[in-house]
Design a protein around this ligand. Structure first.
Ligand code: MN
Length: 315
């Protein structure tokens, strides 16, 4: 549990207040602009421009807003500690960073797509203007439009784990977590090579496992990107590089689903709900069971459900 203090301008504090609008605390401490409470952090912004973050998530919350980290508390006795594994460096939001994220892990049809993208700090305002933000707030149409623009602005690497290969790895006993770790690592290495001799100030992975597990998964890899690597859940909201990576990964995934739809002769649905069972049954009936491994993630329960539908209907 720690305290972090950062100093911001009034515009940023106004933006912050908007951001935390649903978590504002009614009573403001004297001299403060607002006070807000998230599950892991109390945030208080003062008229002086100082913003105090208190609680377990203080560094992570402060990281969203960047700027210089000052020492907290009277006399500046406390220091910001950010060396522990998994912690974010203060001010990460405003750094030149590589971000990475994946799409498709929960979808029965289609591949896993992982993208690592590099966003220079000078590009952050431009990307904001282009509409880059949390892809969960964007529909496919918007994601495609934004992706088409940023793919020429942002250096990135796309890794696509197609269904055939995915199923082989899965049947050989590899966990989805390990597949993802390998893909993220490779995408990050590719971007590091692309942007060299430039180097990112941080590498932020949208967290899907504990950092120790992530690196455990990578043990057999020839090269491992480890320096400056940090993890956070909901990392899309922390650095635009992750948001950009997420948008590009979703774009690639949507394109791949379109290709599968074309091959199937009908629209392939996303997700893992009942609609994918029906689509898979339809596919089995028209193309045969053997086509399935190149379309779906076989170990999902949907495979059996689709077969049951085929058998029930006595096609
Ligand atoms: Mn993610």
């Amino acid at each position: 549990m720690g305290n972090v203090v950062i100093k911001l301008g009034i515009n940023e504090i106004t933006e912050m207040k908007k951001y935390y609008s649903k978590q504002l605390v009614e009573k403001n401490p004297p001299g403060s602009v607002f006070s807000a409470k998230t599950p892991g952090c109390v945030i208080t912004a003062y008229n002086s421009g100082k913003v105090l973050f208190q609680g377990n998530d203080s560094e992570k919350e402060a990281g969203r807003w960047g700027s210089v980290a000052l020492s907290a508390g009277a006399g500046g006795a406390k220091k910001v500690v950010s060396s522990a594994k998994g912690d974010l460096p203060p001010g990460i939001s405003q750094m030149s960073a590589i971000g990475s994220d994946e799409v498709g892990t929960g979808d029965f049809f289609g591949p896993i797509t992982v993208v690592a993208a590099y966003v220079k700090k000078e590009h952050i305002p431009l990307l904001k203007e282009l509409g880059v933000r949390d892809s969960k707030d964007l529909n496919d149409e918007k994601i495609i439009a934004i992706a088409k623009v940023i793919k020429d602005v942002v250096p990135f690497s796309l890794m696509t784990l197609k269904n055939d290969k995915y199923n082989k790895l899965q049947q050989s006993g590899m966990s989805q977590g390990k597949m993802k770790a390998i893909l993220h690592n490779q995408a990050i290495l590719n971007v590091l090579e692309k942007i060299a001799p430039n180097q990112p100030e941080a590498i932020l992975i949208d967290q899907f496992v504990q950092p120790s597990t992530y690196f455990q998964h990578l043990k057999s890899q020839k090269a491992i990107a480890k320096e400056k690597v940090c993890f956070s859940t909901k990392a899309e909201g922390i650095h635009l590089a992750v948001a950009a990576a997420s948008i590009l990964a979703r774009y690639a995934f949507v394109q791949y689903i379109d290709k599968l739809s074309e091959a199937a002769g009908f629209k392939i649905p996303k997700g893992a709900g009942a609609q994918v069972d029906v689509a898979a049954a339809k596919l089995i009936v028209s193309k045969g069971r053997d086509i399935l491994p190149s379309f779906v993630k076989l170990h999902f329960a949907n495979t059996d459900k689709a077969m049951a539908l085929v058998n029930k209907r006595k096609f």
